[in-house]
Ligand binder design. Sequence first.
Ligand code: NAD
Length: 287
Amino acid sequence: MKPLPTTETVAVIGAGAMGSGIAQVAARAGHTVRLFDMNPEAIERGIASITRNLDFLVERGKLDAAEREATAARLVPTTRLEALADAGLIIEAIVEKLEVKQTLFAELERIAPQAILASNTSSLSITAIGSVLRAPERLAGLHFFNPADRMRLVEIVSGLATAPALAGQLFATAKAWGKDPVHTRSTPGFIVNRVARPFYAEGLKVLAEGAASPASLDAVMRDGAGFPMGPFELTDLIGHDVNYAVTASVFEANYGDDRFIPSLIQHELVLAGRLGRKRGQGFYAYG
Ligand code: NAD
């Protein structure tokens, strides 16, 4: 199966942590990228974050200055959804809420009837998102990991109606973008967010029982057990709103199985707006 040609425009919807990283990856791969968000300030923050990343790569000698300029020039911010009509591939990375994603995809199907539609959802059913489409075979999950410019894994998620050829083309495209894709079917949390859920849940239970502080538990799992990050620094990076929504969705999709019950501690962080690094405060404070 051939990847999406670089002559095709890619649109990314949602310029937050994930959308900005995905836009960077697609622009570096040679695509013109239209970056859309309903919040203009989020687009500014997203472009600033990409610019910082590209500058860092130049400083490190991993990107030459001309390629940095060319990549930056391929990024086109927009606040008009209709401007995405010429895209060959549209990747959604907005809030983790089924109804909001369904509304957006129904609108996208109208605006860009030829485009491949992809969702970066962490846990929601691709089958359910696609159920509002006239042509659900055009939709698949394209699940990047945080930070999207550095993490190589991408889950290619097929819903019940996803065309196998579409999943194959997205797999080839992810490879062409320097990623290590894997095929999976649309089950709650797919592979990584299903298997990793007990890592967060048990960490939060240990905290609730007063057995260890976030800093000591993170240090034990990172420096002792050899994980790249402990559960608290990792959920601070992911964002507690996102991580809590994913847990709630996996819990509900597993018919309320106790193993996936969301944590009250994490819910309190969400209610307090302590969403992690992106808000300067989560389990830790960021200056
Ligand atoms: P984020 O909060 O950093 O960014 C979301 C962006 O979407 C915001 O800028 C917001 O303004 C915008 N947005 C919200 N609703 C919108 C709408 N209807 N139309 C247009 N823009 C809208 O969130 P994120 O961490 O980038 O997560 C985005 C998606 O990626 C979610 O589905 C999440 O589950 C998934 N995801 C997150 C991670 C992670 O570690 N954070 C990892 C993999 C996948």
